[in-house]
Every structure is written in C-alpha cells, then in structure tokens.
Design a protein around this ligand. Structure first.
Ligand SMILES: [Zn+2]
Ligand SMILES: [Zn+2]
Length: 251
C-alpha cells in the first residue's frame, strides 16, 4: 500500500511549495483519494500517479482547502482519459454535502465538451458508519470541526482498512476526542492546522504505531523540526511529517 501526499497545507495563506490538503491510497491497482485541495491532480500527475485508476474520492468537509481542486481533479481525469483512450471505471464520490458536487458539475458542463464522458461520477452523502467496502473499507465518523445543517453532519474523520492496516484520517478536527473512537490504528494521519503536534502525540500515545502529520498549520510551517522534536518526546512510535509530493510505501 502506498500513501501519496498531493497537498499538505492547511487553509492558511498560500505557502511556498505547499498546496491544500489531499492524499491517496494506492492499492491493488486502484487509487482512493481523500480530500481534494487546490492542486491535487496537478501534483498527482507530475508525481507519476495514475489518475485514471481512481476508484473513489472521499471529502472530509466542504472547506475550500479540502475541495478547491475537486473540479479540476475530474477535469484532468476526463482529459487524460481522452488523451490516452484508456477505459476508465466509474468513480464514487463521497462528501458531506452532495449539493457541492451538483454546483461543481454545473460549472464543469460549461468548461469543455459539455463535460461529456463515457464514465460516471456517482455522488453519495456521507453518514456515520461504513461508507465504502471493497479493496479498502472506509468507516466515517462525524466530528466537531463543523456542526450540522438540516440534520446532516458537515465534517468527518475516517478509519480506512487497507491491506490489513488500520489507518485513521482525522480530517479537520476539534481534538483527539473526535477521532479516538476510530482508534486504535497502525497509522494516524493527523492535521496540525488547529493543534500542536505534541498535544496530539501525547493524547494518542499507545493507540497508534505511527503518526503522519499533514494539513500543516502555522506552528508546523514556521518550525517543523522543532514541533516534531517536541512531539517525539511524548510518543513511543514513529512520527513523520508529510510534504507535498511525498510517497510513503507501507508493506
Ligand atoms: Zn482544513
Ligand atoms: Zn476545515
């Protein structure tokens, strides 16, 4: 299983060399993308990741640093599909607010060729529980980053089971109590846009073997090595920090 990071910045002001949050699992020849910040499909393609193997996209919430690249992701997949004349599978799109996709799709219809294509994008509203069960399994749990609209939760974290590994992605979160119910896990992918790395590491010590920080906030961006050193003081496992265009290969 490979974990590709396309963008690792939180929704702060634009930072050199970093783009908004997006990463993907690559397993069994398929790509599963989590969040779709501004530049995700550009970086994915430049990294050599096969966007035409995309099977599903999961959006944690509708803030722009998580969906800004969603329209362009599908635009680029359609473009690559035309260029390479390869059969493309349908793509399932999971998001808290399917209305967001309705509007994006309307924009895409005006971009090129009426956005006609031989494959489909199927949007699904995310609710708590198992939302995808195939070569990977994805369980969603709402969190307290955002509230509710019309009874629907607007922000989620995920437990992803892939090749026998349990990986928790926090999404944007109000704190460890939001995502601890999804743990224990082998790998925790945790945002630092709203938290200090050390506080998270201390709270989850013993509940995960590895932490990969992403969605970096200002503390991490201004002193990443210092923040990581503080976190390692209070955590017994391995700690990594993701940068744009990093790939982690976990066997
Ligand atoms: Zn964010
Ligand atoms: Zn957010």
């Amino acid at each position: 299983m490979k974990l590709h990071f396309f963008g690792t910045c939180s929704g702060t002001e634009p930072m050199p060399g970093r783009h908004h949050t997006s990463f993907a699992f690559e397993t069994k020849g398929k790509l599963y993308i989590f969040d779709a910040g501004e530049n995700c499909s550009y970086n994915a393609h430049i990294m050599g990741v096969d966007l035409l193997s995309c099977r599903a996209v999961f959006i944690s919430h509708s803030h722009m640093d998580h969906i800004g690249g969603l329209g362009n992701l599908f635009w680029n997949i359609r473009k690559l599909n035309v260029y390479y004349s390869r059969k493309m599978n349908d793509v399932d799109l999971y998001l808290p607010e399917p209305e967001v996709w309705e509007h994006l799709e309307e924009i895409l219809r005006h971009t090129e060729g009426s956005f006609s294509k031989e494959w489909e994008i199927y949007p699904h509203r995310i609710n708590d529980g198992v939302i995808f069960d195939g070569d990977i399994t994805v369980r969603a749990l709402h969190n307290n980053h955002l509230g509710k609209t019309d009874g629907h939760c607007l922000s989620f974290g995920f437990l992803i089971e892939c090749e026998g590994k349990r990986v928790v992605y926090t999404g944007d979160t109000n704190g460890p109590d939001d995502f601890k119910p999804l743990m224990p896990c082998d790998i925790l992918i945790c945002e630092t846009g709203h938290h200090r790395a050390r506080d998270i590491a201390e709270a989850v010590n013993g509940m995960t073997d590895k932490i990969i920080y992403n969605h970096h906030g200002l503390a991490m961006l201004s002193d990443m090595e210092g923040e990581l050193a503080l976190a390692r003081e209070v955590f017994d496992g391995e700690i990594f920090s993701a940068n744009d265009m990093d790939t982690f290969d976990f066997q």
